[in-house]
Write a protein that binds this ligand. Structure first.
Ligand SMILES: Nc1ncnc2c1ncn2[C@@H]1O[C@H](COP(=O)(O)OP(=O)(O)OP(=O)(O)O)[C@@H](O)[C@H]1O
Length: 636
């Protein structure tokens, strides 16, 4: 399946891929601010070389003081013969540079982090917005990757940059100290390096295991999040309280947390067991080296300045090695995390569009579905099975069917949220796969069954479908009036500029107090949103009024019938009375069209449509509603 292929390589990284990702992180730092990045590089180099410089000057100073005024013939102090006072001043200056450099480095680090986060988040969400279809967002593997990419976007690029610059600084420190150490004793230099190497490899292996554990645990983490969200979700709380399902969800969340904790504990124990002996080895090397050096100094082989430089160098090299290991470990982990971000940013289009995609001309003739087959996943059941249908331009088509028959799926295919698995959908004879997706959608408006309720103002809730007219108050008001939303919108505390919320909240003083609407009022706003997109060729009304009472639905349908004159409309509703005026009605059963025609013809045919219609009519009649015929009963 195409979706699975998008899973990418975020969990692993060979050398080549790691280098590419490092390049990516550095390019981000440069992009975020070339001057800041350059200054950070200079500061890093200076801070890296300073410790060895201070150690060398200190050695020269001690030697100069030790041999000043003495006639001791040996050992000969090495050094350029600079006066002690000059050396003291130079050491002081270096201390000053180090102190200022550290503060500057901290400031530059934060600055780069802010800049990089800005660039990375913009790129990540732009990449997500470039996906025109829905399929990827329904794929659990891709959702996991998105979640990790979101985490990575806020931390990973910055962590990689810090690790790279940190490692560079430590490398320079090590090189500087090794230069001093080699001059004093090549033997102790080699032993110090060898003692630090195993730690390096162990840390790298641990970080790889940590990354793979996070990837393995991510389905559990996702499920834990789902249970947590459900326990706090306002929409779910009514049911979970009534059904007493809180304990069940809590138990599920707890089990997932325990599983994740156990995996983390196993890894932490492994880290403890491997890191302990390595620390002991490092301490032994440092102590052994010092004992050897002191004994040699007492034999007159080294100066006191050499001993001071040796102590500083051993501590400096081991300290820098330990930090470099941490840098590399963190950097490697962040590189793996960065992989998830890079995978999402580089993800290919989910709906193939030819390079020369055609612009979409207004619909003149018809939309035609030819033997369309569709299923949501490669191994899932067929939802649409060989469906053929013609929708003439300007006509109204009603789609009727039981729950799960495939009505909403049909609407989604017509909006090209998915491509048919087989068969084709043609817009005036052109396969919609050859058309520009945005162009196609600009010709469509819709009220979806699962419409959105945005935590935005009433104006934004209506205008978001036609952004260029968001500030056109007359147009907003006209759409609201047509949808029967104008009266309650006018009564809101700040009219169309009132913030709406799915749950009441009050943010002090910023005027964003949320007003909560009823389900029917939200639905009218969704209809207004669809009507805001005037002059579109195709209008989908997928259960647009399920939240309205029957009279309000009939009234709105009557109004919409006038408003949509000339537009091609596809309607679905379980209240069949509201569909009877459609030019054509099709009955969908298990993804196939089983009946087709006008209301009267379908009633005369006494098939599924007549059965459903009569059932509903009987319900109304049983309720003693004064009716003249079934359709009137449904309309009142
Ligand atoms: N995103 C999805 N992923 C997998 N299966 C889906 C998805 N959406 C719908 N289905 C399945 O496709 C079938 C048809 O669903 P669809 O929503 O098109 O039915 P419908 O006729 O609109 O039903 P209703 O009247 O209940 O709204 C159902 O079996 C449903 O489980």
């Amino acid at each position: 399946m195409a979706v699975a292929q998008t899973a990418g390589s975020g969990g692993r990284a060979g050398l080549g891929e790691s280098v590419r990702r490092m390049g990516h992180a550095l390019a981000l730092a440069w992009r975020a601010g070339p001057f800041t990045a350059s200054l950070y590089l200079v500061t890093t180099v200076v801070l890296g070389l300073l410790p060895a410089g201070v150690a060398l000057l200190t050695k020269w100073l001690i030697d100069a003081l030790q041999f000043t005024g003495t006639a001791a013939p040996a050992p000969t102090p090495s050094g350029p013969g600079i006066s002690p006072m000059v050396l003291v001043v130079l050491i002081g200056l270096m201390g000053l540079v180090q102190a200022v450099g550290s503060y500057l480095s901290t400031y530059l680090t934060s600055r780069i982090k802010r800049g990089v986060t800005l660039v990375v988040q913009y790129r990540l969400y732009s990449a997500v917005n470039r996906l025109k279809g829905v399929r990827r967002f329904e794929d659990p593997a891709f959702r996991d990757r998105l979640r990790l990419a979101q985490q990575a976007a806020s931390t990973a690029p910055d962590a990689v940059i810090q690790a790279l610059f940190g490692a560079l600084q430590r490398l320079l420190t090590i090189t500087g100290f090794l230069g001093v150490l080699v001059a004093i004793s090549p033997v102790i230099t080699v032993i110090t390096i060898i003692a630090a190497l195993p730690a390096l490899f162990v840390h790298l292996s641990i970080s790889r295991q940590q990354a793979s554990m996070m990837w393995r645990m991510s389905p559990r983490t996702r499920r834990r999040l789902f249970y947590q969200t459900l326990m706090l979700d306002l929409a779910a709380i009514k049911e979970t309280r009534l059904f007493g399902a809180g304990g069940f969800l809590l138990g599920r969340m707890h089990d997932e947390t325990v599983s994740v904790n156990n995996a983390e504990e196993r890894l932490d124990r492994k880290v403890l067991l491997t890191q302990g002996p390595l620390s002991v080895l490092s301490a032994l090397v440092a102590s052994g080296g010092l004992v050897w050096m002191i004994a040699a100094t007492m034999r007159g082989e080294f100066t006191i300045g050499d001993v001071s430089a040796f102590i500083a160098a051993v501590a400096g090299v081991q300290g820098a090695m330990a930090m470099i290991v941490t840098d590399i470990t963190r950097g490697y982990q962040s590189l793996l995390m960065l992989g998830h971000y890079v995978d999402v940013v580089r993800v290919g289009p989910d709906l193939p569009v030819p390079a020369d995609a055609r612009p979409v001309a207004p619909l003149r003739g018809e939309i035609r579905l030819d033997d369309v087959w569709f299923r949501y996943t490669d191994d899932g059941p067929w939802v649409i099975r060989g469906l053929s249908l013609t929708i003439p331009a300007g006509s109204t088509l009603a789609v009727v069917g039981l729950n799960g028959a495939g009505k909403s799926t049909l609407v989604k295919l017509l909006c090209r949220m998915y491509d048919p698995t087989y068969g084709s959908i043609r817009w005036d004879g052109v396969d919609i796969r050859e058309l520009c997706v945005d162009g196609l959608r600009s010709r469509i408006s819709a009220v979806f069954q699962d419409y959105m309720s945005y935590d935005l103002s009433a104006r934004e809730n209506i205008g978001i479908s036609s952004l260029e007219h968001m500030d056109d108050s007359d147009r907003i008001d006209a759409a609201a009036r047509d949808a029967g939303a104008a009266d309650f919108a006018a009564a809101l505390p700040r009219g169309y500029d009132t913030m709406l919320s799915r749950m009441f909240h009050q943010d002090e003083g910023d005027g964003s107090d949320g007003v909560t609407l009823s389900g029917g009022q939200w639905q009218r706003l969704a209809i207004a949103r669809a009507l805001m997109r005037r002059g579109r060729d195709l209008l989908f009304l997928d259960e647009p009024m399920s939240g309205l009472d029957a009279a309000a639905e009939q009234d709105l349908h009557d109004r919409l019938r006038v408003l949509r004159a000339g537009a091609t409309t596809v309607l679905t509703s379980h209240r069949l009375g509201t569909l009877r005026y459609a030019d054509r009605i099709v009955v969908v059963q298990e993804g196939r069209i089983t009946e087709e025609g006008g209301h009267d013809a379908l009633m005369a045919a006494r098939g599924e449509y007549a059965r459903l219609f009569s059932l509903q009519a009987a319900d109304y009649a049983d309720a003693d509603t004064p009716v003249r015929d079934a359709s009137n009963a449904l309309a009142t």
